[in-house]
Ligand binder design. Structure first.
Ligand SMILES: [Zn+2]
Length: 94
């Protein structure tokens, strides 16, 4: 995932550098479902059940990165997988 200014978030993550802010994002419409699935993670017994529960709840979590070079916001929407169509970029106006 790369910003329009050229900053490469994936490359920085591979280097182990977290020189940018990143937030988990859940759609308000799906928030109650997400919370119910998270409670199933806590109640799951055994590592396979726990991993399965985590996989189901993580489908509801997207990611918002703040570019440290140009302040653009890059939103990777939940439920979208890794395709480029799930990525939305916002430019700061002030
Ligand atoms: Zn940028």
């Amino acid at each position: 995932m790369r910003c329009h200014c050229g900053y490469d978030f994936a490359k920085q993550m591979l280097k182990g550098s977290r020189a940018f802010q990143s937030f988990a994002v859940v759609n308000n419409r799906d928030y109650q479902t997400f919370l119910k699935l998270e409670t199933k993670v806590l109640r799951a017994r055994g590592s396979d059940a726990k991993l399965g529960a985590i996989a189901r709840s993580s489908e509801y979590v997207g990611c918002l990165h703040v570019c440290p070079k140009c302040s653009r916001l890059l939103l990777l929407q939940p439920h979208a997988g890794a395709s480029d169509g799930s990525l939305v970029r916002y430019t700061r106006e002030d």
